[in-house]
Ligand binder design. Structure first.
Ligand code: GCO
Ligand code: MN
Ligand code: MN
Length: 390
């Protein structure tokens, strides 16, 4: 139906990493199950399924041992395929975890030569990301951590990461790259214990940097979920602080290995509340699926996986609209949220008068304690919307 004069809905910026749909299904116990695709083949696959963009680590595109001539050719072919497919590169990052040199960390290694090499590698990767048009630069410290705390003082890890991030902010400024840096937390895997285990750890750290306004977070569903935490609450804290620069969507059952499942496939209810939170707060950055297809799949299955991630997001977006329009749900919310102008003003504005009035105020604490809140009904209605019967 043509809708003249109406603003067309903004299409979601669905992105995938080269390493996600390009994942060949190797795991700690088994060999690859899919043949590797070239970066150009991955772009074709992403264009076919209808993605908006692609993200990459430096070595997803340019192997670490590539000659300058080969690097140039690979980057040239990639740029051509970007323009042929219309895909964009919103985010770039550095692989600081695959090479043996990073076995005890990159920026937090106890060996200054390793730290310096990690910086060199990142400076070059930032050049590549900028050349491809990326404006978000992710730092995921997968190897920054320890199995045993005998070797390193964990506070040194914090200081070294601070030095590194300050250095890269200055580098982006000096080169007019316009990067916004996004820090991605994870509690474990591949290290036994990774420094900065949760998004909230990074939110506190950011305030200690030279350019805090340039640095935000890149939370990932699986990462807080691995630790049994509420991911939605971590994203909420990032949003409230104006720090949600990027988000990694996937799914994960708590207490398991790092699963990287298709978005919404493990905890649909959490996925619903996450989509609702992003919509409620007008998040308009990339929606990056940092996930991969089951090891059982061939490349047709990989396409099913990628389409599934996007479809589930869109369906949940529709469910959120339905939830918001539901009269009974809105009525329950009105019952739950009690307002009183005078009390709100007293609580929000400290003054000696406010203190006196609060101290004098009589509350019927028994009645307030006995008041039913109808959360059972509200949650069931929410479930019925998610399950498609409402
Ligand atoms: C993981 C991480 C990575 C990062 C990626 C970009 O658990 O392996 O989520 O996939 O997101 O390296 O920095
Ligand atoms: Mn992850
Ligand atoms: Mn991730």
């Amino acid at each position: 139906m043509a809708r003249k004069n109406s603003t067309a809905p903004v299409a979601e910026k669905f992105t995938f990493g080269l390493w996600t749909v390009g994942n060949i299904g190797r795991d700690p116990f088994g060999l690859p199950v899919r043949q590797p695709l070239t970066a150009v083949q991955i772009l074709k696959l992403l264009a076919e399924v209808g993605a908006y963009g692609v993200n990459l680590h430096d070595n997803d595109l340019v192997p670490i041992d590539a000659t300058p001539a080969r690097a140039k050719r690979l980057i040239g072919d990639f740029k051509k395929a970007l323009s042929d497919t219309g895909l964009v590169v919103p985010m770039a990052t550095t692989n600081l975890f695959s090479e043996p040199i990073f076995k005890d960390g990159a920026f937090t290694s106890a060996d200054v030569r390793v730290r310096a090499y990690a910086m060199q590698k990142t400076l070059r990767a930032m050049d590549l990301g900028a050349e491809l048009g990326a404006k978000i630069y992710v730092f995921w410290g997968g190897r920054e951590g320890a199995e045993s705390d005998a070797a390193k003082d964990p506070t040194a890890g914090i200081q070294r990461l601070r030095e590194a991030i300050n250095f890269f902010c200055q580098y982006s400024i000096d080169n007019n790259y316009g990067f916004r840096l996004a820090l991605e937390a994870k509690p474990n895997e591949p290290r036994g214990h990774i420094y900065f285990a949760t998004t909230a750890n990074y939110l506190a750290f950011i305030e200690t940097l030279d350019y805090p306004e340039m640095v935000g977070v890149n939370p990932e569903v699986a990462h807080e979920s691995m630790a049994g935490l509420n991911f939605v609450h971590h994203v909420a804290q990032a949003l409230e602080a104006g720090k949600l620069f990027h988000i990694d969507l996937n799914d994960q059952e708590p207490g398991r290995y790092d699963q990287d499942f298709r978005f919404g496939s493990a905890n649909i209810k959490q996925a619903f509340f996450l989509v609702k939170l992003l919509i409620d707060h007008g998040y308009d950055g990339p929606l990056h699926f940092d996930a991969h297809a089951y090891r059982t799949e061939d490349y047709e299955g990989v396409k099913d996986f990628a389409r599934g991630c996007m479809m589930t997001y869109r369906l949940l977006k529709e469910k959120v609209a339905r939830w918001r329009a539901d009269k009974e749900i809105q009525g329950l919310l009105q019952h739950i949220h009690v307002h009183d102008d005078e009390l709100e003003s007293l609580c929000a504005n400290y003054s000696s008068e406010a203190v006196r009035k609060l101290k004098d105020r009589k509350f019927d604490i028994r009645a307030l304690g006995e008041r039913g809140l109808a959360y059972e009904r509200l949650d069931q209605l929410t479930m019925e919307i998610i399950m498609g019967v409402r």
